[in-house]
Ligand binder design. Structure first.
Ligand code: C2E
Ligand code: CA
Ligand code: CA
Length: 740
């Protein structure tokens, strides 16, 4: 125990030059050592304050009447709590206690043995307090780290449990099929939706090989993607493919497969999400079918046809590939449609479509409806011209068989343009243009037949549209001329009139007959201007003849198309022409076809009455080719009936056909006469026909037998030669044989 002789030892070292007492100086040195030897968390000043207090407490302990080393332990602990935990600090502190404490802080006790003894006790206690505090502190720190670690682990586990629960909820409850498979393609787990989609139970699918479910049509592609995924080439793949259901039906799916990897990146398993898109897929298919097929006939439409044609033509890997094409158009379909109604027309098209599809259903053959009454047959990888012309002939035969629709038995024919073309270097547009041109040839050659494309001929062929486009300028440039064909009185053969017939003197194509351009002019509306020009030109001509040959007045007969008759200005036009040319109205005859007279709306009838009111004569042209409604004709202000060529032509034939046509002409002449109409026979080509017409009481005749259409100068020459002497019959040479 420390001796008590130091107990009341007072005083101490007085303040030095720095103003510090001994304890202050000891504390200052202590703090400086601490700063030097270890890291000082608080500032040096704060540490000095703390150490000063420790110094005073140690001093108090040395002087205390009864000694306790507890102060030493407290100071040791205090050092640790003041973060002076470095062992070097402890070392310094213990040594400083024995070497400097008494001289500096308690100089009066330097020689006191009991003070020295107390100091050594305090040294041990300080070391012990320090060590114990340090141990506690380390333990505390470790346990708080451990605690923190435990807390963290709990949180992580909870999060995992949460996400697991969420995954479960999604997995089991999802409407989307979810399946997890290992890298060998074995199903590890599937959810209910996945099993439902394929028609199995969840258990049945466990361990099943994924590949076994693939639809064979998609299997190779699907397997390929799957294996790339498993090798880690992709992190996910997405595809639309089919699977077999348990009942053998197939299901269309939208499939997304993701690869799940180990922490180190190695592929671990795959997760597939599958949606049943069968309904959507079928809807898409239906829409696609509708977009590519004609609703009336169910045939592929032009979109699909052009698609196939383009693909067939763009086949660079098959240099020898050839395609054949038949472009088919029904003959006279418009008149069936107009005459019997669109219902019948539609049914007719449906029958034709079915027959075509049935008769040319070879591999690589596509039958499509281009629109209206146009069909097309594509013969891909065509073996040669004989193959495609055979297809055309088969199609013509199929279409030509009688068709029964309701009470109607119809016989239709078709025309076909046939093209054989190498696939390489041809565009769909070129091929179709060739087919169109060839179809036109087939029509021009008499319909009901096929024509084969010929590039040399095509080079000279001018399309209808090109002609139509050139018409207006041709009229302005004066490329049209009028020829005149005599109309003679029977039986004496006197020329009583001429029919004006227009021709186009085309600068490149030569002389074109009206059949090449009147239809076009009607379609484009130019006929109104062209017709007005013909009318004026022929009235002027007729008036010249009247003035120059006053003893042989001849009328001029001018054709009016339906479009002109329904032109609101027609009456004014005719009246104006008569006034300008000086031709008396009774020397003008206008020829109208039955269809022009039948035009709806009653307007033509009003116009006809007013034209008749001018004193102009009206003739019905081509009588017998249209409706031939005589009862209706009675109501019209008509003067002349022109019997159509085919009747007169028929009279030429010997036997029953000729007899029948003759009886028809006989009846028509009688009927016409009963209605006070003059009858003119057209297209009289032989003496025999002329003789019979005389016998039947026909009034007038026109045709090559009496003279074809000629330039006006030839008519002038005829008139100048004087009237033909009537001999009471049509002579063997023909009354106007010299006209041609
Ligand atoms: P269309 O009015 O029936 O004219 C008679 C046609 O028969 C003319 O044909 C004439 O050349 C032809 N022909 C003359 N003699 C005979 C014969 O003995 N046998 C045969 N088979 N035919 C004969 P073209 O000149 O080719 O005229 C054809 C059609 O063009 C005309 O038929 C007429 O409908 C129309 N057309 C001609 N010129 C005009 C016109 O100025 N205006 C209008 N709107 N149509 C015209
Ligand atoms: Ca005519
Ligand atoms: Ca005619």
């Amino acid at each position: 125990m420390p001796p008590s002789d130091v107990a009341d030892a007072g005083g101490g070292a007085g303040p030095d030059s720095s103003g510090l007492d001994g304890a202050g100086r000891f504390a200052r040195d202590w703090a400086a050592a601490a700063a030097r030897l270890g890291y000082l968390r608080p500032s040096v000043a704060e540490t000095t304050d703390v150490l000063y207090r420790h110094t005073q407490r140690l001093a108090a302990a040395v002087r205390a009447p009864s000694f306790s080393d507890q102060i030493g332990r407290d100071v040791g602990r205090g050092l640790v709590e003041g973060h002076l935990t470095d062992p070097a600090v402890l070392d310094w502190s213990v040594r400083a206690l024995s070497e400097r404490f008494l001289p500096l802080v308690l100089p009066d006790l330097v020689d006191s043995p009991s003070a020295r003894e107390r100091i050594s006790h305090l040294q041990g206690a300080l070391a012990e307090g320090f060590s114990r505090a340090l141990r506690h502190r380390t333990f505390d720190q470790q346990s708080s780290i451990r605690r923190a670690a435990w807390t963290a682990r709990d949180a992580a586990e909870q999060a995992l449990r949460d996400s697991e629960a969420r995954f479960r909820a999604v997995f089991t409850g999802a409407a989307l099929g979810i399946g997890i498979a290992d890298l060998d393609g074995r199903m590890i787990e599937v959810n209910q939706a996945f099993a439902d989609l394929l028609g199995y139970s969840v258990d049945e699918l466990r361990d099943v090989d994924v590949g076994a479910l693939f639809h064979p049509d998609d299997a190779s592609g699907t397997r390929q993607l799957y294996s790339e995924l498993i090798k880690g080439k992709h992190d996910s793949v997405r595809m639309e493919n089919r699977y077999f259901r348990r009942d053998g039906s197939s299901v269309w799916t939208d499939l997304a497969v993701s690869l799940i990897r180990h922490d180190d990146g190695r592929p671990r398993f795959t997760v597939a999400m599958v949606e049943d898109i069968t309904d959507r897929y079928e809807m898409q298919e239906r829409l696609r079918f509708q977009a590519e097929h004609d609703p009336l006939t169910g045939l592929p439409n032009r979109t699909l046809f052009f698609d196939r044609l383009s693909r067939a033509l763009a086949a660079p890997d098959e240099p020898d590939r050839r395609i054949g094409l038949c472009f088919l158009d029904l003959d006279g379909f418009k008149s069936i449609n107009d005459g019997l109604g669109h219902d019948v027309g539609d049914q007719l098209l449906t029958v034709v479509a079915r027959r075509l599809a049935d008769c040319v259903a070879g591999p690589g053959h596509l039958v499509a409806r281009m629109g209206g009454d146009e069909f097309v047959i594509l013969v891909d990888r065509c073996a040669g011209t004989p193959q495609v012309t055979a297809v055309a002939q088969t199609a013509l035969t199929a279409v030509g068989a009688p068709i029964h629709i309701g009470d109607h038995q119809l016989t239709v024919s078709a025309s076909v343009g046939v093209v054989m073309s190498p696939a390489a270097g041809n565009t769909p547009t070129e091929v179709m243009k060739a087919a169109d041109t060839t179809l036109y040839w087939a029509k021009a050659e008499g319909r009901g037949r096929w024509a084969l494309f010929d590039p040399v001929r095509a080079a000279h062929h001018v399309t209808r549209s090109a002609l139509a486009a050139a018409l207006p300028a041709a009229l302005d440039r004066g490329e049209f001329v009028v020829e005149y064909q005599p109309i003679t009185r029977l039986p004496d053969g006197t020329i009583t009139a001429v029919e004006a017939l227009v021709r186009w003197q085309h600068p490149e194509l030569g002389r074109l007959g009206p059949d090449r351009f009147i239809g076009l002019a009607e379609e484009t509306g130019l006929i109104v201007r062209l017709g007005r020009w013909v009318l004026e030109r022929s009235c002027r001509q007729a008036n010249d003849w009247r003035v120059n040959f006053p003893r042989q007045p001849i009328a001029v007969s001018v054709n009016l198309s339906a479009r002109q008759v329904s032109d609101p200005q027609i009456v004014g036009t005719v009246a104006g022409v008569l006034t300008r040319t000086g031709l008396p109205a009774d020397l003008l005859q206008l020829e109208l076809t039955e269809s022009a007279l039948m035009a709806p709306g009653g307007e033509p009838l009003r116009a006809l009455r007013r034209l008749a009111g001018l004193g102009v004569r009206l003739a019905i042209d081509d009588f017998g080719t249209g409706y031939s409604n005589l009862a209706y004709l009675r109501r019209l202000p008509i003067h002349v009936l022109k019997l159509a060529g085919p009747f007169v032509e028929g009279m030429r034939a010997a036997g029953p056909d000729g007899d029948r046509d003759e009886r028809i002409v006989d009846a028509l002449v009688r009927l016409a006469h009963a209605l006070d109409l003059t009858v003119t026979a057209e297209a009289v080509e032989t003496r025999q026909q002329a003789t019979r017409l005389v016998a039947l009481g026909c009034d007038q005749a026109q045709g090559r037998y009496f003279g074809g259409p000629v330039p006006p100068a030839e008519i002038t020459a005829l008139l100048a030669a004087g009237p033909v002497v009537p001999d009471g019959s049509a002579g063997p040479d023909g009354p106007a044989a010299g006209a041609r």
